[in-house]
Design a protein around this ligand. Sequence first.
Ligand SMILES: NC(=O)c1ccc[n+]([C@@H]2O[C@H](COP(=O)([O-])OP(=O)(O)OC[C@H]3O[C@@H](n4cnc5c(N)ncnc54)[C@H](OP(=O)(O)O)[C@@H]3O)[C@@H](O)[C@H]2O)c1
Length: 239
Amino acid sequence: MLRALPLLTTLLWKGRDMDVGMIGGTGPAGRALALRLASSGNSVTIGSRSAERAAEVAVELRAAWPERELRLAGDENAAACRGDVVVLATPWEAAALTVRDLRAALSGRVLVSMVNALEKVGREFHALVPARGSIAATLQALVPETGVSIAFQHLPARRLAALEESLEDDVLVCADSAAAVAATVALVESVPGLRALEAGSLASAGPIEAMTAVLLSVNVRYRTETALRLSGVAHPGAG
Ligand SMILES: NC(=O)c1ccc[n+]([C@@H]2O[C@H](COP(=O)([O-])OP(=O)(O)OC[C@H]3O[C@@H](n4cnc5c(N)ncnc54)[C@H](OP(=O)(O)O)[C@@H]3O)[C@@H](O)[C@H]2O)c1
């Protein structure tokens, strides 16, 4: 079904505000992305193992940006799976078990993993090599009825959360199904300043997840918060 109607799916998402769920949305990455997506017009449900914790985070974010009238709510992870698109923002160690437990709720949906498998070694982060080469491919094998994609791996949470700062970054998107690519590209490009670049199937997810370790080393060396911008691509993006 997910593979059947890529063109229709692309048209369906184009220019439409989306209903987004965020599994593990109470951490720095999830809450920052939830905030940026909601401030871009999307309706976001922050998910958590605790509905109360998620609701508190949603209240906190709405209170911090009252003038934005954010459509942001909090609920348990299973409820966050009701969105058009669901983002996974847990630590890598928790990703497989969490997604396996939510298999029924995620069936037929698009699951966007922003997860990176990294290990801190001294002042550096080292990329780990998960089974099947990437966290995303591991997840896709666990939930074959769900279209798993990757996006947002390289965007620092602090920059996403700083709504007063504009973005000018590329987001690499991979998935095995065209429908998952289309939904993920639409989600990325709903955010002004973000350009989605389609980077192939989940075979490319491993190097993209691992690249985050390289960017973090650059951040440490130059005391900055870098992200990606690829030269030589004509596609202007919608953002
Ligand atoms: N931080 C960044 O700048 C950034 C940028 C891009 C991508 N990422 C990636 O995004 C993911 C989340 O990063 P983060 O820094 O926000 O992580 P985090 O704070 O360690 O975890 C995020 C949330 O995951 C849930 N969680 C934690 N342990 C869990 C477990 N064992 N089982 C189920 N849920 C669990 C928690 O929510 P509840 O306790 O409320 O359930 C927690 O608030 C990571 O994979 C990271 O690599 C991070």
